[in-house]
Unconditional design. Sequence first.
Length: 243
Amino acid sequence: MKILILGGTEEARALADALVGMGHDVTTALAGRTSDPLVPKGELRIGKFGGRAGLANFMLDNGFQRLVDATHPYAVQAATNAVQAAEETGIRLVRLVRPPYVEPQYAFWHHVQTSEEAAAGLPPGARVMLTVGHSGLETFLARTDCSFIVRSIEAPEKPLPPHARSLISRPPFFVGGETDLLTQEAITHLISKNSGGVQTEAKLQAALKLRITVVMIARPVRPSAHEVPTVGRAIAALKLDKA
């Protein structure tokens, strides 16, 4: 069966590898935001489709029979395009999204809905580690009364101001290293999106150990779709034994 995966996550790579191993014709599409992505098995397409219509036309023109949205939990536009393109083409859509982080007992978590709320809640003089990606940092960096360590896989899109420093690093991360980093940098607040995933949760365990406040930005609302939390469930939901 011919399957298109909208990828960019660890789960997308694992799914592509599994489906290729089962003998399916798999193409993984990446938006191109990461310059050196980890490449899954199967075919690879890099670049945007041009919205809902572009995605729908690509699937029809290339004879795809299944669509998997395995993009980042915060990729609202990609999720919206996938739902609309699937409805337009009649192609079965499955959304593969990892479960969110679970707040540990006795943790110092402060839940917010937006980046603006997260930035506004910081006390003056806070020493902050930002783990929200390399784009959309302006809201936080406007807080010139705080200092920031910006950790991301890619360098920030714009040069950082004097009160911020970039730390380029790719997961997986481990509790020992995260504890050392938070201690050495004298971090008082950790700001994170609730992306979930075992490769990045060590920062939360380290913050709990050090009694550091975690500001957790909630997941955005995405359009309804058949959503599953694991690769195995995704394979089952694709109903690959049926045309």
